[in-house]
Design a protein around this ligand. Structure first.
Ligand code: ZN
Length: 254
């Protein structure tokens, strides 16, 4: 197919403008950084980071039949009986489930895995390790649950990234879950601090134990903390300032 030269040139110029952050008025030095990509996702979504964002992105819940099948398929090994104190903390998660429209749609299991772990299994079971439950307070647990429930919003993308071992993409999706969690929590009076505290506690605790098998799924704690602050600024309408921070160690001179 023949394309007029002028058209090709124009397309190239357009691409250059889009790809050149300086031309777009940002001071981005590393646009390929997972944090920059995740921020761009929320900027594109043009949402103010409220519960509306969660409502817009959340998929329909799995059927009760499928949920029952998943729960039945879990091994009972490592499963613990929740203590009264754990039960009280877990009960505070109802508010988070409500935001995601997952009340009674997600089962909760307390498990022992020897480190602090919170995870969503098969979109159906929220797994909470005893270490995690004793490590974080109720507010922080809500923040972690909000992150886990956010995974449902990007479930297929995440599975694909794992299959391709696309580390940067996985890190980006983890950060997107942080952003959605913040959106879910904002209406409940929790800000960036609660989520930052929760992920910091979990990360440091597991580092001390040497339980860092999944650490590669996340950017460094420092970058994650920075992202949480930046995406909050974006939701507050101060976004463009935020995009300046993800520079490579040695920025190319330009
Ligand atoms: Zn996650």
């Amino acid at each position: 197919m023949k394309v007029p030269v002028a058209v090709v040139t124009m397309v190239l110029v357009d691409l250059t403008l889009v790809a050149d952050p300086a031309a777009a008025g940002h001071r981005v030095l590393d646009v390929g950084h997972p944090a920059a990509l995740a921020l761009a996702f929320f900027e594109r979504a043009q949402m103010d980071g409220g519960e509306a964002l969660v409502r817009r992105l959340r998929p329909a819940p799995l059927s009760p039949e499928l949920k029952a099948a998943v729960v039945a398929s879990l091994p009972s090994e490592g499963e613990l009986q929740a203590t009264d104190a754990e039960r009280a903390k877990i009960a505070t998660l109802d508010a988070v489930f409500e935001i995601y429209d997952r009340k009674n749609a997600i089962a909760i299991k307390v498990i022992d895995v020897g480190h602090a772990f919170v995870g969503l299994h098969a979109r159906t079971v929220l797994l909470l390790s005893r270490d995690a439950l004793s490590l974080v307070d109720a507010d922080e647990l809500q923040a972690l649950a909000a992150h886990e429930l956010a995974h449902e919003l990007f479930w297929d993308e995440y599975q694909a990234a794992r299959a391709e071992r696309a580390a940067g993409r996985i890190q980006e999706l983890e950060l997107r879950c942080d952003g959605v969690a913040l959106s879910a929590l904002r209406g409940r009076g929790h800000g960036a601090d609660t989520l930052t505290r929760a992920v910091s506690k979990m990360t440091r605790y597991n580092e001390r134990l040497g339980a860092t098998a999944t650490a590669g799924a996340y950017v460094s704690l420092k970058e994650r903390t920075r992202f949480i602050k930046d995406v909050t600024a974006l939701f507050d309408g101060k976004g463009h300032v935020a995009l300046s921070g993800y520079a490579p160690e040695e920025a190319p001179s330009r």
